[in-house]
Design a protein around this ligand. Structure first.
Ligand code: BGC
Ligand code: ZN
Length: 367
C-alpha cells in the first residue's frame, strides 16, 4: 500500500513509499480492526517532524509513517470484535501503553515513562497510508452526521482533556462556577477550545495575532465569543475589559504567552497549558507579582498532553452538539484539503510555508 514516510530527525525527508499492507492477525486476541483511511489532518507536531526536530521510527525500521489525526472506515474485523463492523466510521487514538502504573491501567496519556509510544509521532507508524490495523480498544465510532469534521477529533480530544482536567481539578473548590474564560491562540486548538467552552455556557475571549477582518474573527463571532488581536489590545488591557478569567486555555505555541496568561487569571481560577514548545526560548517574568497573586488568589496552573479514549468519546458528543447549535461551523475550520497521498509535497508545503492568514486546518483526502 502507499504511505507517506519520513526519516525522523532528518529535515524535509518526506516521501511516498510502498509499505506492507497491515495484517489483522498482527493484533492479539482477535481484537484487530482493519481500517481504510479516508482523511488525515496535519498540525504543529507534523511541522516539527518535517523539520527533523522530533520523533522516532519503530524499532528496527528506518522510516516512520506520519499522521496522527485520522478518520477512516472499517474494512474487516477480527473474530473477537463485536463493537465494530465493516462500514463503520472510526477515529483512532494516538498514544499506546508503555510501562508505568498509569499505562498499565489504560491511562497512558498520564504516563510517567520518559519514552512514550505515539502513532505517527514516536516509535509507532501513523495513519498517512491507505490502511492501518489497530485493536478495537483504541478506536472510537463516529456517527455519519459528523463524518466531515471528524478528521479533527484528535485535536478536539486534546481540548476535551484539558477542559475535563480543569473541571476535575477545580472540584477542590466545591462550588466552582466559571463564568469568564479566555483562550490564547486562535489556531485549530484555540478555535476548538473556544467551541468546547461555549458549549459549556462560558463567556469566552479568544486571543490571536491577526488584525482586521479574518476567518478566525468571523468564526469566533459566530460562536458568540469575543476575538481580541494582541497586536491591537494587550492581554492586560483585555483582561481589564473582559476579565479576569476563571479558566484560561493556553494554546499559542509561544511560551512567553503561557507566563503572561498567569497575570490575568481570576482568584480561584485555573490556567491550562497545552502548547508543546520544542525550542529553547527564555523570557523575563514578573515573578514576585505572579507568585503573590497565585498564593493570595489560590490559583492553579495545570499542564496537559495527549488524550484518553474517553476524551475522544466526549469529543464525539460535543461535535454532535456543535452541529446542532452551530450547524456547519466545524467544517469551516477545514480550510485546506490536498487530494491523495501522492501529493504529499503539496500537503507539507501548505502546512509549512503558507502565507494564507485564513489557513486553519490542512488535511489530506486520502480516499
Ligand atoms: C498530538 C498529541 C501528542 C503530542 C505530543 C500532539 O500533536 O496531538 O496526541 O501527545 O503531540 O507528541
Ligand atoms: Zn497533534
Amino acid at each position: 500500500m502507499q504511505a507517506i514516510a519520513i526519516t525522523p530527525r532528518k529535515p524535509a525527508s518526506a516521501r511516498l513509499i510502498d509499505a506492507p499492507l497491515p495484517e489483522l492477525a498482527a493484533i492479539p486476541e482477535g481484537r484487530g480492526v482493519r481500517v481504510k483511511v479516508l482523511r488525515v489532518g496535519v498540525d504543529g507536531t507534523d511541522k516539527e517532524l518535517q523539520a527533523g526536530l522530533y520523533g522516532a521510527p519503530p524499532p528496527g525500521c528506518d522510516y516512520l509513517i506520519e499522521g496522527h489525526e485520522s478518520l477512516g472506515q472499517v474494512e474487516s474485523v477480527g473474530p473477537r470484535v463485536r463493537d465494530f463492523a465493516p462500514g463503520d466510521l472510526v477515529v483512532a487514538t494516538v498514544r499506546r501503553p508503555g510501562h508505568s502504573l498509569y499505562d498499565l491501567i489504560g491511562a497512558q496519556d498520564f504516563t510517567t515513562d520518559d519514552t512514550y509510544y505515539e502513532r505517527g509521532i514516536n516509535l509507532l507508524h501513523g495513519y498517512l497510508a491507505e490502511a492501518y490495523v489497530e485493536s478495537a480498544d483504541y478506536l472510537v465510532k463516529i456517527p455519519p452526521a459528523i463524518q466531515n469534521p471528524a478528521v479533527m477529533m484528535e485535536p478536539f480530544s486534546i481540548v476535551q482533556k484539558g477542559i475535563a482536567q480543569a473541571y476535575a481539578a477545580q472540584r477542590r473548590l466545591h462550588i466552582w462556577r466559571p463564568v469568564r474564560a479566555a483562550v490564547t491562540g486562535a489556531g485549530s486548538i484555540g478555535l476548538l477550545g473556544t467551541l468546547a467552552l461555549r458549549l459549556r455556557g462560558l463567556d469566552v475571549v479568544t486571543f490571536g495575532l491577526t488584525t482586521g477582518p479574518s476567518l478566525q474573527a468571523r468564526l469566533l463571532k459566530d460562536l458568540g465569543a469575543v476575538y481580541v488581536s494582541t497586536r491591537e489590545m494587550s492581554l492586560d488591557d483585555a483582561a481589564k475589559k473582559y476579565g479576569p478569567f476563571d479558566l484560561i486555555l493556553e494554546a499559542t505555541g509561544y511560551s512567553p504567552m503561557a507566563f503572561d496568561a498567569m497575570r490575568v487569571l481570576a482568584k480561584n481560577g485555573v490556567l491550562v497549558w497545552s502548547s508543546v514548545t520544542g525550542g529553547n526560548r527564555t523570557t523575563t517574568v514578573a515573578s514576585d507579582q505572579i507568585n503573590l497573586e497565585f498564593v493570595l488568589g489560590n490559583k492553579l496552573l495545570l499542564g496537559t498532553v495527549n488524550a484518553s479514549r474517553g476524551d475522544f468519546v466526549r469529543g464525539v458528543s460535543d461535535m454532535a452538539l456543535a452541529e446542532a447549535l452551530y450547524p456547519g461551523w466545524l467544517e469551516r475550520l477545514l480550510t485546506h484539503s490536498v487530494a491523495g497521498l501522492a501529493r504529499y509535497q503539496d500537503l507539507f508545503n501548505t502546512l509549512m510555508n503558507s502565507k494564507d492568514p485564513d489557513q486553519i486546518k490542512v488535511f489530506c483526502q486520502v480516499a
